[in-house]
Design a protein around this ligand. Structure first.
Ligand code: ATP
Length: 233
């Protein structure tokens, strides 16, 4: 479904990605783990078109999407929920969801998609008029994911969805990620919470200073000595 081939990305003079190869097959949950500044967010931004790729290419369902702008990758079925959630704090839950469906004209389709999102996030249905910024961190994360679902994505990319959340809420978020995957959405998950990410992932990549250091299935990485020492301590 998605292939990154030798992707190199710079921020000015800083080389954030040094030629990475990552692939995601339809139906999988794939996770990218690694420490702060390793290049995980940059990988997602390079895919969705928020950051310019210098060399290498990115293929999505057989089409080259390298350096396509974010609104185009969204229309192709790639949703990106950035780090720090970035919901619109002054807009209500409903308005936030409507922003997610920016290209959908039909009111009926929008209503249907909202109902589908509420199946995963029933709490949001009771909070439609609440301002996004007044919700808890976990609720904001749920809103950010629900907003991404409004475009009916095939590939959902989540950047550190567990960041800053209480353990119980983290559990809920990971359960929902599994449910979304069972509902047919392919997931590319960036996490510092390597233990939980690898538990739900089919496969994972360990990224270190812009390079893929290790890759394997979730279970193998969980039991890998190097991974255990560096990321699961
Ligand atoms: P984190 O979890 O801390 O975000 P990460 O693995 O997602 O870590 P990236 O955010 O992709 O890492 O950062 C990779 C490298 O690129 C780091 O050295 C970082 O300082 C640098 N970088 C990221 N964004 C920018 C930017 N907008 N301008 C300049 N350098 C940047």
């Amino acid at each position: 479904m998605l292939q990154l081939n030798k992707v190199v990305t710079f921020y000015g003079g800083i080389q954030a990605l040094k030629g990475i190869d990552v692939s995601v097959e339809k139906g999988e949950i794939v996770t990218l783990i690694g420490s702060n500044g390793a290049g995980k967010s940059t990988t997602l931004k390079s895919i969705s078109g928020l950051t310019k790729v210098k060399t290498g290419n990115i293929m999505y369902n057989g089409t080259e999407i390298t350096n396509k702008p974010a609104h185009e990758t969204t229309l192709l079925g790639i949703a990106h929920v950035p780090e720090g959630r970035r919901i619109f704090p002054r807009l209500t839950v409903k308005e936030n969801l409507l922003m997610g469906a920016f290209s959908v004209k039909s009111k009926q389709v929008i209503e249907e998609r909202m109902e589908q999102a509420f199946q995963y996030f029933p709490k949001l249905k009771d909070r439609l008029d609440q301002k996004g910024g007044t919700m808890s961190g976990g609720e904001q994360q749920m809103l950010a994911i629900a907003r991404a679902l409004m475009m009916k994505p095939d590939l959902l990319m989540l950047d550190e969805p567990s960041m800053g959340l209480a353990p119980m809420v983290v559990e809920q978020i990971f359960d929902i990620i599994k449910e979304l995957n069972q509902g047919g959405i392919t997931i590319l998950l960036v996490e510092q919470n390597a233990y939980q990410a690898l538990q739900i992932a089919n496969r994972g990549y360990v990224i270190q200073t812009g390079e893929i250091k290790l890759k394997g299935n979730g279970h193998d990485l969980l039991t890998n000595e190097e991974v255990r020492e560096a990321y699961l301590a």
